[in-house]
Design a protein around this ligand. Structure first.
Ligand SMILES: *[C@@H]1O[C@H](CO)[C@@H](O)[C@H](O)[C@H]1NC(C)=O
Ligand SMILES: *[C@@H]1O[C@H](CO)[C@@H](O)[C@H](O)[C@H]1NC(C)=O
Ligand SMILES: *[C@@H]1O[C@H](CO)[C@@H](O)[C@H](O)[C@H]1NC(C)=O
Ligand SMILES: *[C@@H]1O[C@H](CO)[C@@H](O)[C@H](O)[C@H]1NC(C)=O
Length: 391
């Protein structure tokens, strides 16, 4: 039967190689859906192009369960920064490509036991306002469209029409600016789904705190004020947060969460690398660049810098919600975003607090198997942060 001249044996060996590669990468290609129909509603990216999302359908027990994950990528606070985004995928779907799903979005049951067979969606982020903007006018000089909130609604409407209106389980999630969006839109998401559904929200690296930078300036407050003003976000921030005199306050989870009613889970590092780099030590606060190395690698911080970081951790912990229905997993790794990749979500070396991986903590909380309020010990303690690279 075996013909040495044929290439028959090569085929299985190639299959084996590709199988090994796919196990190693644990990514499933997730096709992109360009939502052309949203353009008529003015729900567009900064450059006016249609918004987009990636979708893998659910199967088996997961067919009526929906995970909606919002992509992150900072904010644009002025015209220059927003125009810059129109030349890449952060402001235009023209530059977006197919993605691969992993971590909480992955379909590997072993590394993603609670969500692997759900309908999984990643909403692409091309508005620069955590999906809160809505300005009707378009300046012909720049052609910038500030329409993040319309993008949010257009995509959610499309998903509802595709079966999410029959959801039994739903989780709104996201990382970084998308993690913040998952908080800001949580009650709205809840209100759009069947009242019988189990609906919760899970923010990864989206708990940006209102803290002064090392020079004593309110850098992050002024960033958020600029973003909210430029994008016309006020009317799209949670109405429960009745702070219209200073609407940008409602961009901070610590002020908006106590006013909200849908259960939330906070995954964040107390030494979040983005927050250290942009809230605690923005370049404007460190003109001499004394923090240049420490910002990139916590092991290179001097003892006085480390003391400053411990102070930031204390502020972070004090800013956390006190409600015991809030789940939390506050790690001490110097990192940013941990749910979107298998190495940090759940794997042999993934970070743990009290022997619990992030995947288990979020699954236990979502499914009410237990309350989860885990806070890692202060750096440098015995925490498990292997293989974590900063963004
Ligand atoms: C936009 O914001 C950045 C960051 O603060 C700043 O460096 C830049 O000068 C601003 N540009 C304009 C036109 O205001
Ligand atoms: C939350 O706190 C309330 C009041 O202190 C208590 O009755 C309830 O059992 C707590 N729930 C959880 C999940 O710990
Ligand atoms: C974690 O697991 C190790 C080894 O299995 C065990 O010795 C230790 O007691 C556990 N720690 C906690 C906090 O559960
Ligand atoms: C980790 O814990 C062990 C035992 O509790 C201790 O001996 C060791 O010094 C700790 N390591 C660090 C880096 O704290």
């Amino acid at each position: 039967m075996f013909d040495p001249k044929s290439r028959a044996w090569i085929v299985p060996s190639l299959c084996l190689i590709s199988l090994l590669v796919s196990l190693e990468v644990d990514g499933s290609p997730a096709p992109m859906i360009l939502l052309e129909s949203a353009v008529a509603k003015g729900a567009v990216c900064l450059d006016g192009s249609p918004p987009a999302y990636h979708f893998l359908p659910g199967s088996g027990s997961g067919v009526n369960s929906w995970l909606v994950f919002m992509e992150g990528g900072g904010w644009c606070r002025n015209v220059t920064e927003c125009v810059e985004r129109t030349g890449n995928f952060r402001g235009s779907s023209k530059f977006m490509k197919e993605l691969s799903f992993s971590g909480i979005l992955g379909d590997n049951q072993k590394t993603n036991p609670d969500f692997y067979n759900w309908n999984r969606i990643k909403i692409r982020y091309c508005d620069g306002s955590s999906f809160t903007g809505d300005v009707e006018a378009v300046d012909p000089a720049t052609n910038l469209h500030y329409r993040g909130a319309r993008v949010w609604h257009a995509i959610i409407d499309d998903l509802l029409a595709k079966g999410m209106n029959k959801a039994e389980n739903a989780l709104l999630s996201g990382c970084s600016a998308g993690g913040l969006a998952s908080i800001l839109h949580c009650d709205d998401f809840r209100s759009l789904l069947p009242s019988s559904a189990n609906v919760k929200c899970f923010s990864d690296a989206g708990y940006f705190i209102d803290a002064k930078d090392i020079s004593g300036a309110d850098s992050v407050k002024s960033l958020y004020t600029d973003v909210v003003n430029l994008h016309g976000s006020t009317k799209n921030l949670p109405s429960s947060c009745n702070s219209m005199e200073t609407p940008s306050r409602c961009f901070f989870p610590q002020y908006v969460m106590p006013t909200m009613s849908t259960p939330l889970f906070i995954l964040n590092s107390a030494y979040d690398s983005w927050q250290i780099m942009n809230i605690l030590v923005p370049s404007s606060a460190d003109p001499g660049q004394a923090w240049a190395e420490c910002k990139l690698d916590i092991k290179k911080c001097s003892s006085s810098q480390l003391q400053t970081l411990q102070g930031f951790r204390s502020q972070f912990l004090q800013a956390l919600p006190t409600s015991n229905s809030t789940g939390m997993f506050i790690i001490s790794c110097h990192t940013h975003c941990q749910s979107g990749g298998r190495p940090t979500w759940q794997d042999v070396d993934s970070p743990m607090i009290e022997n619990t991986t992030i995947a288990k903590a979020v699954g236990d909380w979502y499914n009410d198997r237990s309350a989860v309020r885990k806070i890692d010990c202060e750096y440098p303690c015995n925490s498990s942060c292997p293989n974590i690279t900063n963004e």
